[in-house]
Design a protein around this ligand. Structure first.
Ligand SMILES: Cc1cc2nc3c(=O)[nH]c(=O)nc-3n(C[C@H](O)[C@H](O)[C@H](O)COP(=O)(O)O)c2cc1C
Length: 317
């Protein structure tokens, strides 16, 4: 534009959240770079941040293949990967070795999850171990209590269980801590989590993970596969959840679920998300997606008279 008063494109996309500066609001959701090997490449593709992991205390192979299914007609995926990853020791080490290169990409979040071999009642110490191995290298830590592919893990979203985990992490000195939620939570259960966000002074909420539900709208035969559904069919539900959470807390929200274009990212931002993330969209739309969304966002902002992403956050609340 020819007006001096309008800030540059890069200023308009920039978002500050939980003490970090993000060049743009579009990030890669957990699960895509489970072992923290791709942050620089993903940064080069235009993503403003990457959430690596889920990382567990011990390395684990995940479930037997096939464990990921394309529902092409629905622009969706079903996965039951089972949290395959190299484990907290190796991933913590990998992140610290790369630290000097990591300056070339945006913030790196680390998603931490419960080890398959750990009984549910030992979850707090399991998360705490993982936290200690990766914390120094993480710009934020996302506590994943919403993976549908790990036996009993979603129960950890219940108030008492989550409270014990957060206690263990804050005792370990946790700084920037977010919690990632499942889409099936009842309103009451979400409100319980939001209470804990206040009590433990958490830094943000990520909504949402994949769903075990199967909307009637699905066409693909692969819908019968067991696992978590992601992509277009969960988009609207995820956006509504962003709005539900945003109405009840002031902490930044990362909106995830079915984002595959600028309009979808913009809808989540207007619903209250400071940042968005995607996984399934990248599978269907390909590697130009982050740039396409950011370019499109600038147009949508301008059309609505917003001078920046930050000024559009929560516009629909
Ligand atoms: C193959 C696959 C693996 C995933 N692994 C994780 C994971 O390890 N931890 C996590 O919190 N979410 C994981 N997710 C969920 C995504 O981070 C995201 O919340 C979900 O896919 C919804 O976003 P989308 O519709 O853009 O894919 C995974 C998703 C997929 C498709």
């Amino acid at each position: 534009t020819d007006s001096d008063s309008v800030s540059s494109e890069s200023d308009r996309l920039q978002v500050d959240a939980f003490g970090q500066s993000f060049d743009n609001p579009v990030g890669v959701a957990a699960g895509f770079d489970k072992n923290a090997e791709l942050p620089i490449i993903l940064g080069a593709l235009g993503f403003g941040h990457v959430e690596v992991g889920g990382v567990t205390a011990v390395s684990q192979p995940g479930n037997v293949r096939p464990r990921m299914f394309r529902l092409v007609d629905d622009e969706a995926l079903i996965n039951r990967m089972g949290l395959n990853n190299d484990g907290a020791d190796v991933i913590g080490e990998r992140l610290s070795n790369r630290r000097h290169n990591i300056d070339h990409c945006g913030p790196i979040g680390v998603n931490i999850a419960l080890s398959e071999s750990t009984p549910i009642h030992e979850a707090p110490s399991d998360y705490q171990y993982t936290y200690k191995q990766i914390a120094a290298e993480a710009d934020y830590v996302a506590v994943n209590v919403s993976c549908p592919n790990s036996e009993g893990m979603q129960e950890l979203q219940q108030r008492d269980s989550l409270s014990r985990i957060m206690d263990a992490l804050t005792t370990a000195g946790a700084e920037t801590l977010l919690v990632k939620l499942a889409p099936e939570l009842s309103d009451g259960a979400i409100e319980d989590v939001i209470d804990l966000v206040e009590i433990f002074d958490l830094d943000g909420v990520i909504t949402t993970n994949t769903t075990t539900e199967r909307p009637e709208s699905l066409d693909s035969t692969e819908q019968i596969e067991r696992g978590g559904l992601s992509g277009a069919p969960i988009e609207d539900q995820a956006t509504k959840l962003v709005q539900f959470v945003a109405k009840r807390t002031d902490v930044p929200i990362i909106g995830v679920g079915g984002v595959s274009n600028a309009a979808g990212a913009y809808a989540k931002i207007r619903a209250g998300a400071s940042l968005v993330q995607l996984y399934t969209g990248l599978v269907y739309q390909g590697p130009t997606l982050a740039r396409d969304i950011n370019t499109g966002l600038l147009e949508l902002l301008e059309a609505d008279g917003f001078d920046s992403v930050e000024s559009a956050i929560g516009a629909d609340l």
